[in-house]
Design a protein. Structure first.
Length: 105
């Protein structure tokens, strides 16, 4: 399959000629959203053809894309932890504010 629907820029997969990441489409697809729903409700700037092309690309390269997504999760978790470690007082205030909001609901 041609990858004209997906391109890799700076080690990130994108829907070709857009600023929409393949991650976003795959995530919606794996959550059970149909391509039509993804196109109309999540990414109206994309065509249905682009959505189907991205999903077909994912399915055709599933093991590589799943590994890429898993690595991205690991990197994000490490970044989140590093940020937390750098400013613990800020995160404590943030958690207190969140708890306060949850109690009010």
């Amino acid at each position: 399959m041609s990858n004209r629907y997906v391109e890799q820029r700076e080690n990130v997969y994108w829907i070709a000629n857009t600023r929409v990441s393949l991650d976003s489409i795959v995530s919606a697809f794996l959550q059970g959203l149909s391509p039509e729903t993804i196109a109309t409700e999540c990414f109206p700037a994309l065509t249905l053809e682009q959505i189907y092309g991205a999903i077909a690309y994912y399915l055709g390269n599933r093991s590589a894309i799943d590994a890429y997504l898993e690595q991205a999760e690991v990197e994000f978790a490490a970044l989140r932890q590093a940020t937390h470690d750098q400013d613990q007082p800020f995160y404590e205030k943030l958690m207190q504010a969140r708890r306060s909001l949850l109690v009010q609901q």
